[in-house]
Ligand binder design. Structure first.
Ligand code: UD1
Length: 442
């Protein structure tokens, strides 16, 4: 396995291109199942989760080719199943449920189970699909769904679940009659999925609002032009936090600032100077960071996927910041690791209090989930000395070329085998401007 070694204390300066959004790419790749034929998708990020999704589609019988644009051939569906070995690596696999039921009348998906940030049930996915006429049975850890007559229905979600909304929409587009989803998730990635489905011939009204009205159609067909995925607002926000924590000056390109207002507002509250154009964001930070108040909420509120990164930033401020996590019950795993670097964080239940206590000191820390890992990288970039971030496979799930992008703006960061302990070898990896992987220690 590999780890990241980071030498902190350098302001990040320069420009970073933002990749396509992971959370839009995964449902859109899976949504190709609803329209038999060849699909072309652009701006799909090169991530471990993308590969997992393409391999899942391959097992279902839909081969793909990646060459800049991703091509997927969904002409034939051979198996309607997402097995445990795929689902346990990537919860988003549960998104095949809606499209497979709509396409073949059957779907078998391993139940995802809990994860590092909470129990994460899928009851709302099932409730919505049942309203459309699907029946489910649980056996051997698998949910087995069948449907004979997929028909539109009124569905009110108990909470605006992102993948839940997506699963229901992907089935409803092929149902007989009208489906009305109220309290639907409004995240830009849900809208991107809906926009993609519209290019296949789906009829969806209310895109971007909490009421989606879907008029089912008998069939959908692949679009003639490649569909381009929206920019990743969480990747973008992560690099802005890194720039802010290091007192840098970074311009993001290929980004959509309109999708990131809640995050940008917090960065301004923290004392950063943020300037935007239609597709760029420049962040500079030339003064002491200020404390912030963060409460996670569904879009357009502050995203839970940015909470960990902002908490790291708060550690470098002067004053007391407060965080309230309202989406997931166990999303402060990064706090314990930040404490190892000298942070002063206390949390009880959903509330955390951060007393800014710069500087943090480099240490070996363990990544627990994707965004917690990103938070630890930011901490390492701004801390004194060397930080080692272990279990970086989480980062590979969601950040395309993280090391390359950060190096390009002056970060001292490298990927090394986690057997490398010798400080001289770690330093050599940081000094090496070439390939970022140091050989394993003999
Ligand atoms: C998606 C994102 C994830 C993000 C999250 C919240 C993808 C692939 N992942 O995850 O990065 O952190 O949205 O913005 O897009 N819930 C239920 N029952 C359900 C469904 C959800 O109780 O059937 C609860 C969850 O436990 C959680 C809340 O609803 O407390 C929101 O979760 P949800 O929006 O479903 O998250 P995901 O779609 O899994």
């Amino acid at each position: 396995m590999e780890k990241l070694v980071v030498e902190g204390g350098r302001p990040l300066i320069g420009s970073i291109p933002v990749s396509g959004a992971k959370n839009a790419a995964l449902p859109i790749l899976i949504a190709t199942l609803v329209a038999p034929g060849e699909h072309r998708l652009g701006n799909i990020p090169d991530l471990a989760d993308t590969s997992s999704t393409l391999s899942l589609l391959g097992r279902i019988g839909c081969p793909s080719l990646v060459n800049g644009v991703v091509r997927i051939d969904t002409s034939r569906v051979a198996f309607s199943e997402a097995p445990y070995d795929v689902v346990r690596k990537m919860r988003a696999s549960v998104l095949v449920l809606g499209p497979l039921l709509a396409r073949t009348g059957e779907a078998k998906v391993s139940l995802p189970g809990g994860c590092a940030i909470g129990t994460r049930p899928i009851d709302q996915h099932l409730k919505g699909l049942e309203a459309l006429g699907c029946r489910f049975e649980l056996s051997g850890g698998y949910i087995h769904g069948t449907v004979h007559d997929l028909r539109g229905a009124d569905i009110h979600l108990d909470m605006p679940t992102v993948t839940g909304t997506e699963n229901i929409v992907m089935a409803a587009v092929l149902a007989r009659g009208t489906t009305r989803i109220t309290n639907a998730a409004r995240e830009p990635e849900v809208s991107d999925l809906c926009d993609f489905l519209v290019t296949l011939g789906a009829k969806i009204e209310g895109i971007g609002t909490s009421t989606l009205i879907i008029e089912g159609v008998p069939r959908l067909t692949p679009a003639s032009r490649p569909y381009r995925i929206v920019p990743d607002r969480i990747e973008a926000g992560t690099y802005l936090c890194a720039a802010a924590a290091t007192g840098g000056d970074v311009t993001l390109t290929g980004v959509d600032p309109k999708l990131m207002e809640a995050t940008l507002a917090k960065l301004v509250e923290a004392g950063c100077d943020v300037r935007t154009t239609e597709d760029t964001i420049r962040l500079t930070r030339s003064r002491q960071l200020l404390p912030i108040k963060v409460r996670t909420e569904p879009f357009p509120g502050f995203p839970t996927d940015m909470q960990a990164q902002l908490m790291t930033l708060a550690c470098f401020s002067k004053g007391t910041s407060t965080f309230e996590e309202t989406i997931f019950e166990n999303r402060y795993m990064h706090a314990a690791e930040l404490l190892r670097m000298g942070a002063d964080i206390q949390h009880a239940g959903r509330v955390a209090t951060v007393r800014g206590n710069p500087p943090l000191k480099g240490a070996a820390v363990m990544a627990s989930d994707l965004r917690a890992s990103a938070a630890l990288v930011i901490a390492g970039l701004a801390a004194e000395g060397i930080t080692e971030v272990l279990r970086i496979y989480h980062l590979d799930r969601g950040y395309e070329n993280l090391v390359g992008k950060l190096r390009a703006v002056g970060a001292r960061i490298a990927r090394v085998s986690d057997t490398v302990q010798d400080p001289a070898k770690l330093k050599a990896a940081l000094d090496d401007l070439g390939p970022s992987v140091a050989p394993a220690e003999a």
